[in-house]
Write a protein of this length. Structure first.
Length: 134
C-alpha cells in the first residue's frame, strides 16, 4: 500500500485470493486466483471502498500456464513522491513485470508494461507496450 495525501489517494495491489493460495497443493497451479488489479481509494472517504479498480494489462507473451502471464500476482505498488509527479508503479510476481501509470489521480489511469524506465525529469517508460483489452 502507499499513500499520497497531496493527491488524496491510497493505493493497493491485489496479490491473490488467500483461500486459493492456502488450498493450493499443486506447484504453478493454473487454478490459483492471482490478482491483476490496483485499487485506489479517496483518502477522505476510505469507508466508501475503492473509487477505482484498475485492470493491469496482459502483455504479448504466450505462457503455457496462465498464472505466469505478465500481470499475475501483483505484489507491490508504489507512488512517486515528488510533488510534481503523479505516477504509480506495480510489479507482478508471477509474470516478473514492472508496470507504470503516469497519473494515478486521473479519472481512468492506465498502466503500461515498462521495458526501460527513465527516471528524469519525470518517471516514464521510454519503451513500453501499450495496453490492450482493458
Amino acid at each position: 500500500m502507499d499513500l499520497r495525501r497531496d493527491l488524496g489517494v491510497v493505493v493497493a495491489s491485489d496479490y491473490a485470493d488467500p483461500a486459493s493460495i492456502a488450498a493450493n497443493m499443486v506447484p504453478w497451479n493454473p487454478d490459483q486466483d492471482l490478482g491483476t488489479t490496483v485499487r485506489v481509494w479517496d483518502v477522505s472517504h476510505l469507508d466508501a471502498g475503492p473509487q477505482k479498480i484498475i485492470q493491469v494489462p496482459a502483455g504479448p507473451r504466450v505462457e503455457p500456464n496462465r498464472v505466469q502471464k505478465e500481470p499475475e500476482g501483483l505484489m507491490e505498488v508504489g507512488l512517486t513522491h515528488l510533488h510534481q509527479h503523479r505516477g504509480a508503479f506495480t510489479a507482478s510476481m508471477m509474470g516478473g513485470t514492472l508496470f507504470y501509470s503516469p497519473d494515478i489521480a486521473a479519472p481512468s489511469p492506465i498502466f503500461r508494461e515498462c521495458t526501460t524506465l527513465v527516471p528524469e525529469p519525470a518517471p516514464r517508460c521510454s519503451s513500453s507496450r501499450p495496453t490492450t483489452g482493458i
